[in-house]
Design a protein around this ligand. Structure first.
Ligand SMILES: Cc1cc2nc3c(=O)[nH]c(=O)nc-3n(C[C@H](O)[C@H](O)[C@H](O)COP(=O)(O)OP(=O)(O)OC[C@H]3O[C@@H](n4cnc5c(N)ncnc54)[C@H](O)[C@@H]3O)c2cc1C
Length: 449
């Protein structure tokens, strides 16, 4: 039986107040913070670790899969495209040029497969996917949020919320007035008008009492090795499963060791995480030894780095105003605010409705990134880094619109949100509410003139 203690009441300093508080500085959080700041809001981005990027940098998951629909059409643009351009400007990424997207050429496909840019079962075509350098990503992210005027608060772990009941018998039931962070300086509170949960694990919506689903997963630990002799020959010899990187002689071991860890874990349980950290690290070291002993080209290779964070594909998923389901593939909703292709399928696009970011209980909270409201199968697609950027961008802009309207996130003017997203460069499909409004306006104008 669990023994409990009661903590004495504590006065917690309010160290910052802002319009929009984004919790979690991974792909979704960076995007949400920049998007909200560009709409003119005063934004705080709080992150528990000492760097930005989450899985997309510290997790060594350095492949943007996929910005296209598999048929050569780009369906994720906006800030994810800007990320690519910022990395490209520093010579820090690699991807096929637009004229090759969707091309079914075996030699080209094989070339990009060796970079980790082609997945799933064939017949294959070239995808718009991007390999990049994780240290460059962290640097670009720091520069980007600073340029946007975002106030960055690293080393803050969101551990509590203050939930104010507003309408005890209605929906939403209330709002978050503060998020409380654990830090080396003790607990610190941030007061916020709007909050975006970009923690990946949905820590904030769980603290706010929102309902969610939770998945147990096999954790992974990606790593890189350098000093590999003739990577092309080594890949052809197939002594291991690895990709090229931007550094000569360096390869990325996607998913970590060849075998997966013995059991699934709950990534919100610290005991499970402890088990996984120790076990995955042991398996990485075994795999390094195996490669050096057996894989052609690895004789003098050495371990460069192991991901700073476990590769957790899934944990909590919000059960929000809409749970995007597998059979809704290629369905455009009135309130679509982001889209994504599927990294293992061609021609499958999920159009993510605003309702998938919307919690049911809290009037000033939005979810973004891998914890949004989708089913397990759809999560396979929406957890990828490009859609995390896209839902982050949508959440950031929506939070500011709710703030300006002085209302709940549930009452945001969706066509206005979609117009703002398109104006900022996001890709949205035809057939959304704003698009139909525009078509009606155009018809009216034509009739009048
Ligand atoms: C093994 C594996 C392979 C994958 N392969 C690919 C791939 O090849 N290509 C691809 O595009 N995607 C891939 N993905 C998916 C993708 O990497 C992630 O789903 C995506 O990066 C998630 O972004 P996010 O911002 O939602 O969450 P995260 O990257 O998890 O970021 C969440 C951030 O919030 C912080 N945080 C968490 N809790 C708190 C808290 N309580 N307080 C403060 N901060 C907090 C974390 O430190 C982190 O920085 C893979 C994922 C895994 C696990």
């Amino acid at each position: 039986m669990t023994d409990y203690i009661t903590l004495p009441e504590r006065r917690v300093p309010v160290v910052a107040a802002c319009d929009v508080l984004v919790v979690g500085g991974g792909a979704a959080g960076i995007s949400a913070a920049v998007a909200a700041a560009r709409q003119g809001a005063d934004v705080v981005l709080a992150e528990r670790s000492g760097y930005l990027g989450g899985l997309a940098s510290g997790g060594l998951i350095v492949l943007l899969l996929t910005l296209d629909d598999g048929n050569g059409r780009q369906v994720v643009a906006g800030q994810c495209q800007e990320l690519v351009e910022r990395l490209d400007g520093r010579g820090a990424c690699f991807y096929p040029p637009p004229q090759q997207w969707g091309v079914a050429d075996d030699a080209l496909v094989e070339q990009y497969r060796r970079w980790g840019l082609v997945w799933g079962s064939g017949p294959h075509r070239v995808r718009y996917s991007v390999a990049y350098d994780p240290e460059e990503f962290k640097f670009v992210a720091n520069t980007w949020v600073a340029e946007a005027g975002v106030r960055l608060m690293l080393h803050r772990w969101a551990s509590d919320v203050v939930f104010e009941l507003e309408r005890p018998h209605g929906r939403p039931a209330g709002r978050l007035s503060h998020v409380v962070f654990t830090s080396k300086a003790g607990p610190q509170a941030v007061r916020a008008a709007q909050v975006v949960d970009a923690t990946g694990d949905g820590d904030v919506f769980a603290l706010a009492g929102e309902s969610f689903e939770k998945e147990q997963v096999h954790p992974w630990l990606w790593f890189r090795m350098s000093g590999v002799r003739d990577i092309d020959a080594a890949q052809t010899a197939r002594g291991g499963y690895f990709f090229r990187t931007l550094r000569p002689g360096q390869v990325l071991m996607p998913w970590g060791a060849a075998e997966r860890i013995a059991r699934r874990i709950d990534a919100t349980d610290p005991d499970d995480l402890t088990f996984a950290e120790v076990e995955c690290r042991r398996m990485v070291m075994d795999e390094v030894a195996r490669l050096r002993a057996q894989a052609p080209g690895f004789e003098d290779a050495y371990l460069t780095d192991i991901a700073l964070t476990l590769g957790i594909t899934e944990s909590r998923r919000l059960r929000g105003a809409h749970v995007l389901a597998r059979d809704e593939v290629n369905t455009v909703f009135d309130d679509t605010v982001a889209s994504t292709g599927h990294w293992t399928k061609y021609g499958a696009v999920y159009h993510i409705p605003y309702r998938s970011l919307l919690p049911l209980r809290t009037s000033n909270l939005l979810a973004a990134g891998r914890c949004i409201s989708v089913d397990h199968r759809v999560h396979h697609a929406t957890k990828e880094i490009p859609p995390c950027f896209a839902t982050g961008e949508a959440a950031g802009v929506a939070a500011v619109q709710a703030l300006r309207a002085g209302g709940a996130v549930q009452d945001v003017d969706v066509p206005a949100l979609q117009r703002a997203l398109r104006a900022a460069g996001a890709w949205l499909p035809e057939g959304t509410a704003d698009d139909r409004q525009q078509t009606t306006d155009d018809r009216r104008q034509t009739t009048e003139s």
